[in-house]
Design a protein around this ligand. Structure first.
Ligand code: HEC
Length: 160
């Protein structure tokens, strides 16, 4: 057995792992520590897995999901200006957009609690059921966590 060759092979593997570690977070734990999430945002990141069955949350420009828009930069943006998959339009979100509303903490909080109640309140109108996101988070704690996560990744797209 050529000992020197083996040692080089081991060094090679360690080196490759280090390079991978810099560019891509290879594990959840690595991502958490490298990104410096607050504990709220970290819980929100885990909770936001439930959003990913309908929403993309990434810097990808493709449309992986046919339901909702990409949520990567949703925090702080004007409501209803996100691109909906397939070029669909949403009259309720657009009415909120026309009222000049943005996704602040308070608006996200109210929307995630009850999309229909929120959009009815801010637009003063009702819309066909298809305009309302068929999802909500009943508990205030997890709602705040998800919002903290969305706020964080707006400036750290590498940390979704
Ligand atoms: C069952 C599918 C589904 C799930 C799960 C879901 N959403 Fe949605 N979401 C939608 C759809 C569809 C829309 C677009 C509005 C519409 O057509 O109802 C939407 C719209 C939104 C919008 C409005 C974006 C804009 O353009 O202004 C936000 C914000 C949002 N979702 C956040 C979330 C978050 C955060 C989660 C997870 C906690 C989540 N959604 C989970 C389907 C879903």
């Amino acid at each position: 057995m050529d000992l020197r060759k083996n040692k080089m092979a081991v060094l090679g593997v360690v080196g490759a792992a280090a390079i991978v570690g810099v560019g891509v977070y290879t594990s959840d734990a690595m991502k958490s520590s490298a990104c410096g999430f607050s504990s709220e945002a970290e819980r929100g990141r885990v909770r936001a897995d439930s959003c990913k069955s309908c929403h993309e949350i990434s810097s990808s420009t493709g449309e992986l999901f046919a339901a909702g828009p990409n949520l990567l930069a949703v925090y702080g943006s004007t409501i209803g200006t996100r691109h909906l998959p397939g070029g669909r339009r949403n009259a309720a979100l657009e009415a909120a957009r026309d009222a000049g509303l943005t996704w602040t903490d308070a608006n996200l909080e109210e929307y995630l609690k009850g999309p229909k109640a929120f959009l009815t309140r801010v637009t003063g109108k009702t819309f066909p059921p298809v305009n309302y996101m068929p999802y909500d988070i009943a508990d205030p704690g997890p709602r705040r966590d998800v919002i903290a996560y969305l706020k964080f990744i707006r400036t750290r797209p590498d940390c979704t």
